[in-house]
Design a protein around this ligand. Structure first.
Ligand SMILES: Cc1cc2nc3c(=O)[nH]c(=O)nc-3n(C[C@H](O)[C@H](O)[C@H](O)COP(=O)(O)OP(=O)(O)OC[C@H]3O[C@@H](n4cnc5c(N)ncnc54)[C@H](O)[C@@H]3O)c2cc1C
Length: 456
């Protein structure tokens, strides 16, 4: 008998499994693949490893500007893939060791709910039944596509396929300019591929601050990506080795199509009907305070949860929140307003809290401040002095949200995460001295400007 049985060993599931040791809980975690989930095997980690390779390529390409002379670089896709696999293996092995140290029983197989408190697992050695006081469903999500663009793993790809490129995909059309589509556009264009990025909404990274999205779009375009927003693609046409992607009266010819239009819930054939579990378009509905489904003792965390961000760190936070509830009997809800979003393009786009439009929709009266990276010494030293810091502040009140586009924006956003989380007034946050010369000075300058007393 376990205290907790978890179905799914991705960030939501493994965070719950690891955190449970703080409360002395006995845990089983069922995983049909290697542990780590989408994030370690097919998401965050492999994607960022490819982006890092593209970053190194760009650094070498531009090194002459710094006085470092080398020949024009070439990219070895096989070596890039091998390094990606090494990074993934290292992290998966590390996680396996950690789970073992924490005495989590990792059971390899396909798990299925069999009524409250019961999980049946199809393992290589037959069926195994687990009993647990609490069950956490953490089965994540899978890539989805649109009609006409059924994945074939050769010409029409999902991000799962694209992360395993061992040779250049040639000319690529990317359908969908959310975080995943933009990251692939960035790395491919940096590695010298022809890139056509299509987005149905009127901006890339839909939902983000439009000014920030435009700043990123401009930089991707300057590097050679063709970006079309407000455009719906039609069904593709295959001609020998070529795919023709139509849109309106026009079309483009490419060698490969990558579909990045979102991720569907991973709930099929999992016995969810054996308990009182409510679904919303396939995602599991939970109580936002506790993560519990309508069935007492059955919880859900991570991408499978309805209406919460599909992000690894949101999954970690939900796993921690559910275990804290199970361990203490008290709710420890996740504060989603302070969960940052980072798009790891070059440059990065990062945001936290409310955009200007969201704040206005919620009825706030707001002031906004936008400072560019153009005068920031460290950004100029790095040869990357493009980007912005935008702050959304309640009139005569605290900082409600922030967006940063620029080098290391994904790191810079965390100072603003604290400011938003602690509901700091701009003057309170601006009172701290930022080291010189750092990229963080861009944040400091924006805070000073938002407090009404700009420096530069
Ligand atoms: C290309 C890409 C890049 C990304 N980059 C980032 C990023 O930079 N930062 C970020 O925060 N997020 C990123 N994400 C999103 C992130 O990967 C997900 O939000 C995160 O992995 C969700 O965690 P999860 O635990 O809910 O589900 P998953 O990671 O999907 O894990 C679910 C696990 O459950 C297992 N499973 C499913 N059904 C069963 C079953 N019946 N029995 C046993 N096991 C089962 C699966 O095999 C899987 O291992 C990215 C995603 C992609 C695709």
């Amino acid at each position: 008998m376990y205290d907790v049985a978890i179905i799914g060993g991705g960030p939501g599931g493994y965070a719950a499994a690891l955190y449970a040791h703080n409360f002395g809980l006995k845990v089983a975690m069922v995983e049909k693949d290697r542990v780590g989930g989408t994030c370690l095997l097919r998401g965050c980690i492999p994607a960022k490893t490819w982006l890092e390779a593209a970053g190194v390529f760009t650094t070498v390409q531009n090194s002459g500007d710094f006085g470092v002379q080398s020949g024009p670089p070439s990219f070895d896709w096989g070596q890039g893939l091998a390094r990606k696999n090494r990074v993934v293996d290292q992290l998966v092995n590390g996680l396996s060791g950690l789970l073992k140290n924490r005495k989590v029983d990792v059971i390899e197989g396909f798990g299925r709910l069999n009524g409250p408190g019961k999980v049946v697992v199809d393992t290589a050695d037959g069926q195994q039944e687990l009993e647990a006081s609490n069950v956490i469903i953490a089965t994540g999500s899978v890539p989805q596509t649109i009609p006409g663009y059924e994945f074939d793993g050769e010409k029409i790809l999902s991000s799962d396929h694209a992360l395993d490129w061992g040779a250049s995909p040639g000319r690529v059309a990317i359908i969908g300019a959310g975080a995943i589509g933009c990251e692939f556009a960035s790395l491919l264009v940096d590695l010298g591929n022809e890139v056509h990025l299509f987005e149905m909404m009127d901006q890339i990274v839909p939902g983000s601050e439009p000014q920030a999205a435009r700043a990123l779009e401009r930089q991707l375009q300057e590097r050679g990506a063709t970006i079309r927003t407000g455009v719906t693609v039609g069904a593709p046409e295959r001609r020998d080795d070529i795919v023709v992607v139509p849109f309106g009266e026009e079309s483009v010819e490419v060698d490969t199509v990558l579909v990045a239009v979102g991720r569907a819930p991973h709930t099929g054939d999992m016995g969810l009907d054996t308990a009182k579990i409510e679904l919303d378009r396939g995602f599991i509905v939970v109580d936002p305070e506790t993560g519990q489904t309508a069935e007492p003792g059955v919880f859900a965390v991570g991408d499978i949860v309805a209406g919460t961000p599909q992000l690894a760190h949101a999954g970690f936070a939900e796993g921690i929140s559910v275990i804290s509830f199970i361990g203490t009997g008290e709710a420890h809800p996740v504060n989603y307003r302070t969960v940052p979003l980072v798009v790891y393009t070059h440059p990065e786009l990062a945001s936290v809290g409310l955009t200007e439009a969201e704040a206005l929709d919620l009825g706030y009266e707001v002031d906004t401040t936008a400072k560019t990276m153009a005068g920031v010494g460290r950004a100029i030293i790095r040869g990357e002095a493009q980007g912005i810091v935008k702050l959304v502040v309640e009139k005569d009140g605290p900082i409600l949200g922030a967006s940063v586009v620029g080098p290391d924006a994904g790191e810079l956003i965390h100072e603003l995460m604290l400011a938003v989380g602690w509901e700091a007034l701009p003057a309170e946050a601006a009172a701290f001295v930022h080291a010189h010369p750092t990229l963080s000075e861009a944040v400091g300058e924006a805070l000073m400007a938002a407090s009404g007393r700009p420096l530069h």
